[in-house]
Design a protein around this ligand. Sequence first.
Ligand code: NAD
Length: 243
Amino acid sequence: MSFQDQVVIVTGASRGIGRAIAAAFAAKGAKVACVATTLANATATAETIGGSARAYACDVSDSASVEVLFEAILADLGTPSVLVNNAGITRDGLIIRMKEEDWDRVLAVNLKGAYNCTRAAAKPMMKARYGRIINITSIIGQTGAAGQANYAASKAGLIGLTKSIAKELGSRNVTCNAVAPGFITTDMTAELSDDFRAHVEKSAPAGRLGTPEDIAGAVVFLAEASSSYITGQTLTVDGGLSL
Ligand code: NAD
């Protein structure tokens, strides 16, 4: 129970990777704040993972809502030790057809959402002289992808954010790292074609797509107290696909 009574905040915890991350921390004794856009979805996760998990509704792109969210978490659960910025969306399209609103929304949720939550978590973590901030980026942030200019830019931005926060908060024993998943079986990737899946299975040394639990394991590792000398890094978890 290496996270016994630690407060862990996971955004986008209603399904997929976020739910697996929340479950992994709950299994290790953490008090998990499950954040999702609707309370019903956040509650579904909090009830499934058990322990002392609590559900919160918040659109992470909205800075005022994030302030209210953190006040509530501090009052209900106490000072957060771990923040996982996992909430993310895609709105794909080729650049010549990409609507401005699709560019703005993806950047607002994926990148500004992480800024909002990191800013809110940084103060209590600095005061406590302990913290672990983990941003879920993507291999697409490192390679780019046709049809995903907005998503790739947001995920590349998260890597820059990660390095900057690591530099700012390192002296207070607060680390900031990123995890870059490859292709993981979730609702987000449900529409990938069979051909593309076969391509991933053939190209990745691991011979398969990833599971949400594969990502949760990496996040838990970076959040461990014993990972205190790892900061500003991006850990790629893609079965070797990007080698
Ligand atoms: P998903 O679509 O299954 O889940 C995304 C979660 O984010 C949901 O819980 C959703 O409610 C939440 N969310 C969306 N907008 C939000 C907002 N404005 N405020 C709060 N929560 C919001 O996606 P997933 O596959 O589990 O992906 C999780 C993260 O991992 C994302 O950041 C995604 O970009 C990243 N990622 C996924 C893959 C993959 O292959 N699935 C690969 C690389 C990176």
